[in-house]
Design a protein around this ligand. Structure first.
Ligand SMILES: Cc1cc2nc3c(=O)[nH]c(=O)nc-3n(C[C@H](O)[C@H](O)[C@H](O)COP(=O)(O)O)c2cc1C
Length: 375
């Protein structure tokens, strides 16, 4: 296949803040479980990023906790204190030296945090409602107003550290059921103060974080700095976030002057479940956004042809997660038109060749059905 076929994936793209991506391909944020227990990045983690930063226009890092009470994974790295600056600098330079923009994903896990990872063993959330997911049975503690304001400031402080460490931007992790989504969701937010009780009030926490991140950028960044927001369009629980509520979130976010909205989906073409016509969510979201802010789409785009089709549906930026773990040279091969050489199934003997940290490798191999594995 000729390499000009894939040209739409390789045009440059300018974000609203003025930062330019050299192509339309982005490494999706992926936790790799490989950081040191003190929250600093490890050698094997840095090697993993270097291996994958040579082709894409932008790398979004694994999520990094903004305070110790929001650590969601063992081997997650921190952006929670100034002592982490050398670690953050090391990660930003490793990615940028390979030619990609480096974006730090900033995060609080809320009720999804394993108690054993937290200083006081007590996960927190909007309300004392346990998750229905992942067999977690711990009941979170509802945050007090002053603590909520403190966490909002922590997102601002992480943004300042990202700037000082040389990152090109931050992505607010408002997706996948973590704290920001817990505030937006009618399932996990049962508050009756200014942070919950109506759709408007459930929007207060996500929007306050956007505001605080923008404030930190204005105060600390010398040049352009990327601010993105990731969200999940629907929840399975009842009550839970519906497409109709997501449209409202989009309307609020689209007018915030952000650089992009990133839709977290496992399948790019998955269908809407509730609160909208039964059409692919990504099409409904693209129409709702109406070009007000660039969109990043993602989800099971293992082949170059899959990513091309996604791009040609009108989505400006395409993120690749598992495809880049399975095939670190995905982008280079697509650029050269060598698309049949792109590996789309994990070679279960290739940990070393693929430069994958031990704990991530174990998760990939032992979580059945998560990755397509070569038989
Ligand atoms: C190993 C792994 C770790 C992930 N960690 C994160 C994360 O830290 N933050 C996040 O927003 N999404 C995370 N995700 C979700 C991905 O960003 C992506 O949305 C999902 O895997 C679907 O895209 P894909 O089919 O290209 O992998 C993770 C996915 C994988 C496979």
């Amino acid at each position: 296949m000729s390499n000009s076929t894939f040209k739409p994936l390789f045009e440059s793209f300018q974000l609203p803040s003025g930062v330019e991506l050299k192509n339309r391909l982005v490494m999706a944020p992926m936790t790799n479980f490989a950081s040191h227990t003190d929250g600093s990045v490890s050698d094997e983690e840095v090697a993993y990023y270097i291996r994958r930063s040579g082709g894409v226009g932008m790398v979004i890092t694994a999520c990094a906790y903004v305070n110790a009470g929001g650590k969601g994974f063992s081997g997650e790295f921190g952006s929670d204190k100034d002592e982490m600056l050398p670690s953050l600098r090391r990660l930003a330079s490793a990615i940028k030296d390979e030619g990609a923009l480096a974006v730090l994903q900033i995060f609080h896990g809320g009720r999804q945090c394993p108690p054993e990872l937290l200083p006081d063993g007590q996960p927190v959330s909007a309300s004392a409602v346990p998750t229905e997911q992942r067999g977690v049975t711990v009941v979170p503690r509802a945050l007090e107003d002053a603590e909520i304001r403190g966490i909002i400031r922590d997102f601002g402080e992480s943004t300042r550290r990202a700037i000082e460490a040389g990152f090109d931007g931050v992505e607010i992790h408002g997706a996948n059921g973590y704290l920001i989504q817990q505030f937006f969701s009618p399932y996990s937010n049962r508050r009756d103060d200014s942070w919950g009780g109506s759709l408007d009030k459930r929007l207060a926490f996500p929007l306050a974080i956007v505001e605080e991140v923008k404030r930190a950028v204005k105060e600390h960044a010398r040049g352009s700095f990327i601010g993105g927001y990731r969200f999940s369009p629907e929840e399975a629980e009842t009550p839970g976030i519906t497409m109709a509520e997501t449209f409202r979130l989009i309307d609020e976010l689209a007018d915030q002057g952000l650089d992009y909205l990133h839709v977290s989906l496992q399948e790019f073409w998955s269908m809407a479940r509730r609160g909208a016509e039964e059409r692919p969510r990504i099409d409904l979201i693209r129409e709702r956004v109406g070009g007000r802010v660039p969109l990043i789409g993602v989800g099971s785009l293992f082949k170059a042809e899959d990513a091309l089709k996604a791009r040609e549906s009108g989505i400006p930026l395409i993120a690749l997660g598992r495809p880049l773990l399975i095939e670190p040279d995905w982008v280079q091969k697509a650029a050269e038109g060598r698309v049949s050489d792109i590996e789309t199934e994990l070679d279960p003997t290739a940990q070393e060749r693929l430069v994958l940290p031990d704990a991530l490798w174990r998760a990939m191999i032992y979580s059945r059905g998560w990755f397509p594995v070569k038989s």
